[in-house]
Ligand binder design. Structure first.
Ligand code: TYD
Length: 218
């Protein structure tokens, strides 16, 4: 059986990844793909526990290197338990955040050596690398407004949302830089406009990859 497609979505806060992943799932299912949606950090019971530790800020005092290790530990479980098995069954996996989030959030502040992160990636991913990464690009001012407005009453911003605007601007640049360095894997998607407009841009970007595989992959 042919290995399935592995597509990751990346971007800053409020870029609209969750709604777009859902729209993409529908579209790909209509095209005959057997789709698995998942997210990081998380995606398995063990990784969801690590997610809680990370997003609550409980691991913050351990430093960015330890946080990167925890994100990688969660990823390792996720790859082994969910992503690899699904790809081996020929399924299309859509993952909300993956290695690029670690590069940008943990590596981008210069607190963690990039080579250290690349080594963690190699250990965790082995031969499971995204076929395509969609980087949803949004002005952080707009993104943070969206992220704040979708939070309900008592919900507080998580460990990474509550950082300063400067951090969000720097992260945007870091994602764009990854796309410039790896144009064969990454596509920048303008995340301004309506959900429908953004979904159209995503579908056009995916066309060469999805079109190549043809319909009726179930
Ligand atoms: P989440 O609630 O999933 O929000 P969203 O993806 O919509 O922003 O939050 C995940 C947070 O974890 C997000 O702020 C980015 C951060 N993160 C890292 O710092 N490193 C990582 O490797 C990953 C996967 C996420």
């Amino acid at each position: 059986m042919r290995r399935g497609l592995f597509i990751t979505l990346e971007g800053g806060e409020g870029a609209g990844k969750s709604s777009q992943i859902e729209l993409l799932r529908k579209k790909l299912t209509d095209e005959g793909h057997d789709v698995v949606i998942t997210r990081e950090p998380g995606g398995t019971p063990g990784a969801e526990i690590i997610r809680h530790v990370l997003l609550s800020g409980a691991a913050e005092k351990l430093g960015s290197e330890a946080e990167a290790m925890l994100f990688s530990a969660a990823r390792s479980d996720h790859v082994e338990e969910v992503i690899r098995p699904a790809l081996e069954k020929g399924k299309t996996v859509l993952c909300d955040r993956f290695i690029d989030s670690t590069r940008v959030y943990q590596g981008g502040e210069g607190k963690v050596d990039m080579d250290y992160l690349y080594q963690l990636e190699e250990l965790v991913c082995e031969n499971v690398w995204p076929d395509m990464t969609l980087i949803l690009d949004i002005d952080p001012e707009i993104g943070m407004k969206r992220a704040n407005s979708r939070r309900t009453g008592k919900q507080k911003p998580d460990r990474f949302e509550k950082q300063q605007m400067d951090d969000h601007i720097r992260r945007r640049e870091a994602f764009l830089e990854i796309a410039r360095r790896e144009p064969e894997r990454c596509v920048i998607i303008d995340a301004k406009g309506t959900q429908k407009q953004v979904a159209g841009r995503i579908w056009r970007a995916l066309n060469p990859l999805v079109g190549k595989r043809g319909r009726g992959r179930k």
